[in-house]
Design a protein around this ligand. Structure first.
Ligand code: SAH
Ligand code: SF4
Length: 376
């Protein structure tokens, strides 16, 4: 199968165009069609000569994700389920910063993208890993999650204006979080290529500092990312501040225990000089005890990390529960008392299965006939 054009960098395309004896400005024209106009067919690239378009079509694929399902939450978070060329399903979640629901206009959107179909890491609380790992996403399949949303955004200016006040001429997305389905650092090369394309001024134009990569803790890859020149933000899914607690819910902790993980984080911090974020889901009776506060505070202070507390989002079929609000507040208060910068996230989109992997899992199961259809 031919390579998709949206897996190609400017440099790669330039090389190809030199071989084809095409002038350099043709590459810029092509990229304009792909990332500004976001066209879906070669014929739409009207300022490229027909022969060149045919050449491109013979050499490259131009896939677009098919919108297979969509859920919109009361707080205007929108969840998109995409069907890929092999019928695999992945999710992206569009999160307005200041939802119109609260009477303010959104000044930016965050898109949460997936990097794999399923996940091999099998964290006990997570829907993404429940059916195992199917495959890595190609660079273009990550890039196209952004371009497909931008296209959707352009196609319904009235709906976007109603939701959050943005207009058609505005770029829909200027913040990316790599927190959808899959472990991003386990698909390192494809992810980094996709992010270079999304970051480039000729591509997605999203600043590296506006891109946050979340990992369950692949220590060697964190070091590799630290050595990359681009200044991405790093979030660690910690969810436990001792090996005993973390190991109970995250099998990856056996391979890369906390000592190794935190050393890799320290290396990242040192190389980048940037604050790291610890994601910490609060799960009742598992990691929300005040005994976790002191070791968590210790790690956060040592690594200059900020802590994001996230009340657990119930996953159907799993035993885990979110603690009541008082316990959540107590945990936050105790952490702050230890001098740590922490936030308690009111889970946006909790009513649309926004936690990673849930919509896809339900849809897959409904298609197979062993579960109820998800609300779309
Ligand atoms: N694999 C990466 C990125 C995807 S998961 C990682 O684990 O970091 C993105 C975040 O959602 C992680 O912090 C993950 O732990 C969290 N998450 C998974 N299931 C959740 C649930 N049911 N409720 C709340 N957060 C969840
Ligand atoms: Fe995979 Fe992240 Fe879910 Fe763990 S939390 S199973 S690493 S997607």
């Amino acid at each position: 199968m031919s390579v998709d054009i949206k897996s190609q960098t400017h440099e790669e395309l330039t090389k190809k165009f030199v071989q084809w004896e095409q002038p350099a400005y043709r590459v810029d024209q092509l990229l304009h069609w792909l990332y500004e106009k976001r066209v879906t067919h070669w014929e739409q690239m009207t300022n490229l000569p027909k022969a060149l378009r045919e050449h491109l079509a013979a050499e490259f694929a131009l896939h677009t994700h098919e919108l297979f399902g969509k859920q919109g939450a009361r707080d205007t978070t929108q969840k998109f389920l995409w069907r890929l060329h092999d019928h695999a399903l992945v999710e992206s979640v569009l999160i307005p910063a200041n939802p119109a629901l609260y009477g303010e206009q959104s000044d930016r959107h965050t898109l949460c993208v997936s990097t794999q179909v399923g996940c091999a890491y099998g964290c006990k609380f997570c829907a993404s890993g429940l059916d195992g790992w199917k495959r890595n996403l190609e660079p273009y399949e990550i890039v196209e999650q952004v371009t497909a949303i931008e296209r959707w955004h352009d196609a319904q200016p009235e709906e976007m204006e109603r939701i959050d006040g943005t207009r058609k001429s505005d770029r829909a997305i200027n913040n990316l979080v790599i927190m959808g389905m899959g472990e991003p650092l386990a698909n390192y090369d494809n992810l980094l290529k996709a992010l270079r394309i999304l970051n480039a001024p000729w591509g997605g134009g999203i600043g590296a500092r506006k891109i946050t990569i979340s990992t369950s803790g692949l220590a060697p890859r964190i070091r590799q990312l630290a050595d990359d020149p681009l200044q991405f933000r790093l979030a660690i899914s910690l969810h436990g501040a001792t090996d005993a607690v973390r190991g109970r819910i995250m099998p990856v902790n056996r391979k890369h225990p906390l000592a190794e993980l935190t050393q890799a984080c320290a290396y990242y911090q040192e190389k980048k000089g940037r604050m790291i974020t610890f994601e910490y889901i609060l799960i009742a009776g598992v990691n929300d005890g005040l005994d976790q506060v002191r070791p968590l505070a210790h790690l956060a202070r040592r690594l200059y990390a900020k802590v994001n507390l996230i009340p657990y989002n119930k996953v159907e079929g799993l035993e885990w529960e979110r603690p009541d609000e008082r316990s959540q507040e107590n945990f936050l208060g105790a952490l702050e008392h230890q001098g740590v910068t922490a936030t308690l996230r009111r889970e946006k989109g909790g009513d649309i299965d926004a936690a990673c992997g849930q919509l896809r899992l339900k849809t897959e199961r409904a298609l197979r006939g062993d579960g109820p259809a998800p609300r779309r």
